[in-house]
Design a binder for this molecule. Structure first.
Ligand code: AMP
Ligand code: FE
Ligand code: FE
Ligand code: ZN
Length: 286
């Protein structure tokens, strides 16, 4: 059993279409895959239609939220939401709002860079992001590549777009507690993504994870390419203490990142527990 519960398609900032994503997952030998685009369920139907035999699909999303950081401040956190009802009115409204906010935010970042003399424009950047896709910094990274400013998406992040960089603006102000409750009401299950990925930017303390468990967070992503051994160990201990589900996932983005499908994996009993708790939509078998 090879289970990868965090991947992106062209419905957000990945480079595989949802159909290519499920085909590539089967080719990589996965037995279960979650599609978790940022702030959208737009890739779900295509992924279901194209699902190869032998592969199970977990429909999900990744939400950007703001959380207390446990040190008196706040930071951005990502929340994986699985198997919720995509037609829940609150969810539809919140995702549409988040996507609109992301387009504005990306335009503002592009404007800041244009003001500093970079050869990009907010208008042409937004034109390059399909109306159905969630806009994100990787789209700007690709625009910088096309303009010859950088030679890879990684370079764009390392030099200009990372969370500590001078062009960083947060993508969401939705409190994580609200998102957890919203997904729970829509029948879904939430898992905190890459919680201790310190090199990405500011992170939350263990105390915050404990508080989130208290408002309904079901699990934590322990094995993630951005977690070192120490982060994994601390999260595993915390999950044990709090009775949280633990997952492992690649956070695959196609060629936007140098990470392969199934690079990190989730234990079958953990997926079974997620499926058992969810009442929104079922896991689909190909
Ligand atoms: P955003 O959603 O606009 O805040 O952008 C975050 C996305 O950028 C994440 O989904 C990551 O996949 C991507 N990202 C963050 N850091 C890097 C990096 N160093 N290289 C490539 N992609 C990155
Ligand atoms: Fe992403
Ligand atoms: Fe993330
Ligand atoms: Zn992700």
């Amino acid at each position: 059993m090879t289970i990868d519960l965090h991947t992106h398609s062209t419905a957000s900032d990945g480079t595989d279409t949802p159909a290519q994503l499920v085909a590539n997952a089967a080719a990589a030998g996965l037995t279960a895959l979650a599609i978790t685009d940022h702030d959208t369920t737009a890739g779900w139907d295509e992924a279901v239609s194209a699902l190869p035999p032998g592969l199970r699909l977990v429909r999900g999303t990744e939400l950007s939220c703001v959380s207390p950081d446990g040190r008196g401040g706040h930071c951005t956190v990502h929340l994986l939401a699985y198997l919720f009802d995509p037609e829940s009115e609150v969810v539809v409204r919140e995702y549409a709002r988040a996507r609109a906010e992301r387009r504005e935010r990306l335009a503002r970042i592009a404007d800041l860079m244009a003001t500093d003399g970079f050869p990009i424009s907010a208008a042409s950047l937004l034109e390059s992001v399909p109306e159905t896709a969630t806009a994100g910094r990787p789209h700007l990274a690709m625009a910088l590549m096309r303009a010859g400013v950088v030679s890879s998406v990684d370079e764009a992040f390392a030099r200009f777009l990372n969370d500590r960089g001078r062009y960083y603006l947060p993508s969401s102000r939705t409190p994580i507690e609200e998102s957890i409750e919203m997904i729970e009401r829509a029948g879904g299950v939430t898992v905190l993504a890459h919680a201790f990925a310190v090199h990405r930017g500011p992170t939350v303390t263990g105390e915050v994870v404990k508080e989130l468990a208290g408002v309904g967070l079901s699990g934590v992503e322990v094995d993630h390419p951005d977690h070192d051994d120490d982060a994994r160990k601390r999260l595993r201990v915390l999950a044990d203490e709090l009775g949280l589900i633990t997952t492992g996932s690649s956070d695959y983005h196609g060629t936007n990142k140098v990470i392969r499908l199934g690079q990190e994996t989730t234990r079958p009993e953990m997926l079974a527990e997620i499926a058992r708790r969810a009442t929104g939509v079922p896991v689909v078998s190909g």
